[in-house]
Write a protein that binds this ligand. Sequence first.
Ligand SMILES: NC(=O)c1ccc[n+]([C@@H]2O[C@H](COP(=O)([O-])OP(=O)(O)OC[C@H]3O[C@@H](n4cnc5c(N)ncnc54)[C@H](O)[C@@H]3O)[C@@H](O)[C@H]2O)c1
Ligand SMILES: [Zn+2]
Length: 351
Amino acid sequence: MHTVRVKSEHEYDVVIGCDWKTQVLQAINSHARVAFVYPGVMRDKVKQMAASDCEMHFFEIPEGESAKSTQTLQSLWNWLGAAGFTRSDLIIGIGGGTTTDLAGFAAASWLRGINWIAVPTTVAGMVDAAIGGKTGINSDYGKNLIGAFHSPQKVLIDPSWLTTLTDRDFAAGLAEVIKCGFIADENILNSIDGKDVKAIRQDATLTLDLITRSVAVKAHVVSGDFKESFDREILNYGHTLGHAIEIDSKYSLRHGEAISIGLVFAAELAGVKGYLKRELIQRHRQILEGVGLPITYSPEAWQKLMPLLALDKKSRGHQMRFVGISDIGKTLRIEDANESELTAAYERISS
Ligand SMILES: NC(=O)c1ccc[n+]([C@@H]2O[C@H](COP(=O)([O-])OP(=O)(O)OC[C@H]3O[C@@H](n4cnc5c(N)ncnc54)[C@H](O)[C@@H]3O)[C@@H](O)[C@H]2O)c1
Ligand SMILES: [Zn+2]
């Protein structure tokens, strides 16, 4: 078991490699009521929770993004009200990033903020969504438009959850792990190099090491900068084009799959600008493709993606800006890319 400390509005531990039930039982002791919030696929495991002196309530939410809706949140609020949840009670979100985003936001908003614990069950949830204090839901106008910063009391990472994930979802989560490798920790890249997703997930020690390293990267970045600035923006490596691709694909691609393509694009753009050597650009392709992630997108899509990139710029109120790297662990801002440079980078990833 390994613990990573995160500093935010309060300090909390990410406990990696634990048995979630043992940890949850310890944590709920001091509370009168606890609400477990989880999608239906988790039901059997969540209901295995041993009895405790604490009053346990169970709230099932829909699978995936539809959990992050005003409707689900409203029924959760009503349910908390009916169960008499007070300031000293606790919410525990058990599921992927959609669950912890919703559970965290319910905790942020109920009685102006009650305590919560995140039990992420996907790779993406473990290395990314559950850490950093961002919680929220979607609006009709876009993803994650409604939300709050509200860090959990603890994040409990039990890798045994991962056995039921599909290879596709496991690999999608690895995109964020690989991103952490390029922006901050070459060991991640060295240990993934040459391995496919099956080889990685069969190796429990390796999986745990990759999760621990990625959590350390995210925890370090968000501890330095709990809210938003360029330091935190380095976590967006690959995300500018990645988000546009996610929208263009109408969310048929997993977030991590779109980010994988976005990472190769960001590397190519840094190459076009003369910051990044060709062999490191190739290393992006080799590692991402090696775990089964997509690294190209359709040439015709560029005309639709360009306006989405411009929209991103407008909504942030500054120049179009990309996170780039000049070497492994050396991030930089690319703010001056012109249309022909962007197009040149895109041509290299389109097929
Ligand atoms: N708050 C943040 O900082 C942050 C960061 C990154 C992503 N996110 C959010 O996270 C969400 C994506 O999270 P995700 O990729 O974990 O997707 P997800 O939560 O939708 O989970 C994917 C699917 O897998 C199922 N599932 C979860 N765990 C499983 C398991 N162990 N075995 C089998 N099935 C399982 C889920 O029920 C769901 O159907 C997005 O909404 C994104 O906006 C938030
Ligand atoms: Zn991401």
